[in-house]
Design a protein around this ligand. Structure first.
Ligand SMILES: Nc1nc(=O)c2c([nH]1)NC[C@@H]1CN(c3ccc(C(=O)N[C@@H](CCC(=O)O)C(=O)O)cc3)C=[N+]21
Length: 286
């Protein structure tokens, strides 16, 4: 049976560190500031942004939640981003995705100052990750959280064969870069991949981020592999399931992340960690 990777516990430990770093900054006269921008009233987004603001408050941050109706114009939204860019009390800006169809996500992300881009989605930061730049810059929180989990569990990615299912800008691609920067051999698989199972069967670490409930089955996984489930799918009965058939895959994997309580809490904890990173880095540039 697979060892359960307790994302909730690892996130809680990370949050404790973040709270201590926050106090140290506050003692130096700097309160980490996080701005979350929410457009529209998608129920999941409302809950997630509320949770993020709450967590930020709990850690002692200065936290603001800016809400806009779904009909907001692109110009108004860009004006808000500009204000937050210019606000010295704000160190991290996050625009909750998805945005309504009439607002191009890329233009909003490009408007966020790279040094305040707590999601690591701005092309300047994506480019630094891609080129394995050795200076300080933010990276996508879910992939960074996954790397933290693996490190905490003493799972070495150096030389490992890694298969990532899903090629999104939020998870698959930045995780591929992070893993390659740590000397893993990485294959990204997606819906047009011809022989996904060939790569999966060779993988020491499998990461699934496709948004399909219980998509990955035991017979696709090499015995002893580590399985990371990024999926969050809500069943009609309200229960959450991941992209991995947990009970099935647990019987062959050596370690596995649960849903809920795996990658999700790590994403939020990493967002908080990275807000403090940005606040610290901002003081080094003065
Ligand atoms: N700009 C932006 N940045 C994001 O990081 C971002 C985003 N937009 N849009 C939506 C996705 C989704 N996301 C989640 C984070 C934590 C949980 C989480 O904590 N999940 C809990 C369960 C929560 C529940 O019960 O619903 C768990 O897995 O244990 C889930 C989903 C961040 N996202």
């Amino acid at each position: 049976m697979a060892k359960v990777i307790d994302g909730k516990q690892i996130a809680s430990n990370l949050n404790q560190q973040t709270a201590m770093r926050t106090q140290t900054l506050i003692n130096r006269g700097i309160t980490p500031g996080l701005a979350v921008v929410l457009v529209g009233d998608d129920p999941a987004s409302v809950i997630y942004t509320r949770n993020k603001s709450r967590q930020a408050n709990r850690l002692g941050f200065y936290s603001v939640l800016k809400k806009y109706p779904a009909e907001v114009s692109e110009a108004t939204l860009l004006g808000e981003i500009q204000k937050l860019n210019d606000d010295p009390q704000i160190h991290g800006i996050l625009v909750q995705s998805p945005l309504p169809a009439h607002i191009p996500e890329s233009r909003v992300i490009e408007a966020i100052a790279p040094q305040k881009d707590v999601d690591g989605f701005n092309p300047v930061n994506v480019g630094k990750l891609y080129t394995n730049d050795q200076t300080n810059y933010p990276v996508a929180c879910t992939p960074r959280g996954i790397m933290t989990m693996l490190e905490t569990m003493d799972i070495d990615v150096t030389g490992a064969e890694v298969a990532i299912i899903g090629r999104s800008h939020l998870v698959g691609k930045p995780l591929q870069s992070l893993m390659m920067n740590h000397d893993a051999t990485v294959t990204i698989l997606h819906h047009a991949s011809q022989d996904a199972n060939y790569y999966l069967k060779h993988a020491d670490i499998v990461v699934v981020a496709v948004g399909k409930p219980q998509f990955l089955k035991a017979n696709q996984v090499k015995p002893g592999a580590v399985v990371i489930d990024v999926g969050i799918n809500r069943k009609p009965n309200g229960h959450l399931v991941g992209d991995v058939d947990y009970d099935d895959v647990s019987s062959v994997a050596s370690a596995i992340t649960p849903v809920p309580g795996g990658v999700g809490p790590m994403t939020i904890a990493t967002l908080m960690q990275q807000t403090v990173d940005l606040a610290e880095w901002s003081t080094n540039n003065d």
